[in-house]
Design a protein around this ligand. Sequence first.
Ligand SMILES: NC(=O)c1ccc[n+]([C@@H]2O[C@H](COP(=O)([O-])OP(=O)(O)OC[C@H]3O[C@@H](n4cnc5c(N)ncnc54)[C@H](OP(=O)(O)O)[C@@H]3O)[C@@H](O)[C@H]2O)c1
Length: 358
Amino acid sequence: MADLPTVRWGIIATGMICEWFVTDVLKPDWPEKRANHTIQAIGSSSLEKCQKFAEKYVAPAKPTVQPTLYGSYQEVYDDANVDCIYIGTPHGFHKKNCLDAIKAGKNVLCEKAFALNAKEAEEVFTAAKEKGVFVMEAMWTRFFPLMKTLQKMLHEEKKLGTIYRTFSDFGLDFDIPNLPDDSRYKDPTLGAGSLLDIGIYTLTWGLTTLSDKVGDEAEEPEVASTQSIAHGVDLSSQVLLHYRSTGRQGICTSTTNEPQCKPFTRIEGSKGRILVDAEAPSLPTRFTFYPKDGGKEEVYTFESPGRGFYWEADAVALDLQAGRKQNATMPWAETMRVMRIMDGVRKRGGARFPVDDW
Ligand SMILES: NC(=O)c1ccc[n+]([C@@H]2O[C@H](COP(=O)([O-])OP(=O)(O)OC[C@H]3O[C@@H](n4cnc5c(N)ncnc54)[C@H](OP(=O)(O)O)[C@@H]3O)[C@@H](O)[C@H]2O)c1
């Protein structure tokens, strides 16, 4: 492990996703481990919260490096021992958090959705380009070995022959109307709604299974969509993707009215279909190929010692080591493509955020 690159992370916020990220990257080992990770600093709106977070989620891993704890985010950005900032605040803060970190010259891994709209995302990438720092949207699912294997099977080995359609659904059973008004699931200023929270994953399954291209090289699919709105946020979003060049179709849906259906994704092709399964579409664990010719089904299972955040963290480490400013799996143009699709879905469907200029 000594010759692997090490990233010293500065963690912004102490909510659920920061807990998941920190717990994962502090694990001693994972399949295809390519980097080491230390939690160098943690910043929170309150020093007390920060201390509790460190006691609960960092101390049990008995790391050799003890994080410096701060009662603000800015102190983490200014910490000279931090290589990369991990942003785990609600989406409504991502633009500001990213810009502040970039201004301090820091590399950034920012949770999805990367920003509230494409305009915000563009502002961040422009600042990153000017400052010469690395920035990536933390779309961790794209980095899973399962995803890489599936994409190879679909696009290189042509396991399904000609790909026709992908269905993907992400459901959470939340009682949105009865949540407090300041909940990140209900407050439009924080980016609430099923689309940016979970619909972004079903879009990801559509985009990754219907084509192997990302960013500027990828075709912009035609998009049709509907949303059901209550309390100013979308309780469900239905997005249809259509690739003109191949005729492929994606049916990408999300809802906060229903628990997850399983399997959550079905990819159909001329030689059969593949069903992808997991507790949630963000962390896939297995898929099954059902051949059309009546042959035996094939099950592919992927083990991991945690949830799987270390694969994206390793990818960041390798990019930083190589001096790259963008990641090839999730380049800036791919984040922009997803943000543009989601902007269009919200324009058609009516889930508007206060920062939107439409
Ligand atoms: N990759 C995934 O699978 C996944 C899963 C869930 C969430 N996420 C993403 O991660 C981000 C955070 O989600 P989460 O579920 O971790 O949220 P959360 O549990 O509510 O935590 C968010 C944290 O952000 C900080 N914060 C600052 N201002 C806030 C405000 N006005 N309201 C709420 N929190 C505020 C707080 O930390 P301090 O007080 O310590 O500063 C809070 O603990 C979102 O963008 C979400 O989409 C990703």
